[in-house]
Design a protein around this ligand. Structure first.
Ligand code: ZN
Length: 333
């Protein structure tokens, strides 16, 4: 199936998951809003994970602006006046959706009303790709990029959408997409291989918030976030105690902080376990909802995932090369 066949034109307006996306779909023109002037397509992406896909697929035919940089938490991010101005200047806007950017709702509606095409990449994916966790009151988990196979479907959607807005670029997008999908598939195969080396008893990933459910589904690892699906909900003392028990019982060697979430809860777990005589290490800082510093390998989707996979495998007693699957961790791009 080619990427262009994957998304039939009508699908973009139908397969939506939220009231917001449905209302944006109604506002988003089915044909291009305005004829584009010459030059690259101006694309605005909310997160680095989306922006990187657009950059890889679009190549020189797009100019990508990313709203949220390294270390920024999308659950809490509020749009500034300048952000809205940037969205209004963009030819196409991609956001994650499924309430990841919960505080940007008003901005998206305003921008869509002004005639800008706004697409929620995860909400356009087939429902079987998505996870609906217990206790999430019917909401889907927005952290889809944590499963490279699912994120590859998002890449296909992005390629198809770019081709709708720049039909002359369709062949280029298709070619770039194939290269990107092959790289993501290689990363996925590496992840499968090294994560399988973690001893069964220790296959538990304890992190700051519930960002790793898709990772868990793909690689058969149990995940326990201290905070829930969004960092908006504070962790209770009871949740911390539960997790200390789990660390002791399963003799889990490491827990992980996240670059876009304060580390106080994770450190409280380490202290709680230490007080009970179980030494737990901080296994490293994972890129959950944001990528690495600009210009580094970790500021690419493949690089951030390589970092996560390698860090997790090594800290939980598995075997993985120190510098990841391409020997590029810790290098500049
Ligand atoms: Zn999150």
């Amino acid at each position: 199936m080619t990427c262009l066949a994957f998304v039939r034109p009508g699908d973009l307006g139908i397969r939506r998951r939220s009231v917001l996306a449905a209302s944006l779909a109604a506002l988003t023109p089915t044909v291009r809003a305005q004829p584009r002037t010459a030059g690259p397509l101006a694309v605005l992406a909310t997160t680095g994970m989306i922006g990187d896909l657009v950059r890889e697929i679009g190549g020189e035919r797009v100019r990508v602006d990313v709203l949220m940089g390294a270390g920024v938490d999308p659950h809490l991010y509020r749009a500034t006046r300048e952000d809205v101005a940037k969205m209004l200047r963009a030819d196409v806007i991609f956001y994650n959706g499924l309430l990841l950017e919960g505080k940007l709702t008003d901005a998206f509606v305003r921008v869509a009303r002004a005639g800008r095409p706004v697409y929620a990449v995860t909400e356009l994916l087939p429902e079987e790709t998505l996870i609906q966790p217990d206790g999430a009151s019917g909401h889907f988990d927005p952290h889809v990029w944590m499963d490279p196979r699912a994120w590859s479907r998002a890449a296909e959607l992005i390629a198809a959408t770019l081709a709708r807005h720049d039909p002359d670029g369709a062949a280029v997008f298709e070619r770039n997409l194939r290269v990107l999908l092959a790289r993501i598939a290689a990363l996925d195969a590496y992840a499968e291989q090294v994560l399988a080396t973690i001893p069964a008893r220790q296959r538990v990933l304890v992190t700051a918030h519930d960002a790793f459910n898709y990772f868990a589904r793909r690689y058969g690892i149990e995940v326990q976030g201290i905070q829930g699906l969004s960092t908006e909900s504070e962790a209770g003392l009871r949740r911390l105690q539960e997790l200390v028990e789990l660390l002791i019982e399963r003799r889990i060697p490491a827990v992980f902080v996240e670059t876009s979430v304060p580390d106080r809860n994770v450190l409280a777990l380490v202290e709680g376990a230490a007080a009970r005589g179980h030494r737990v290490a901080v296994g490293g800082a994972l890129f959950s909802d944001a990528m690495g510093a600009p210009g580094t390998y970790e500021a690419t989707y493949v690089g951030m995932m390589d970092h996560n996979v390698t860090t997790i495998a090594r800290a939980l007693g598995g075997t993985a090369p120190e510098r990841g699957f391409q020997n590029r961790l810790g290098t500049r791009r």
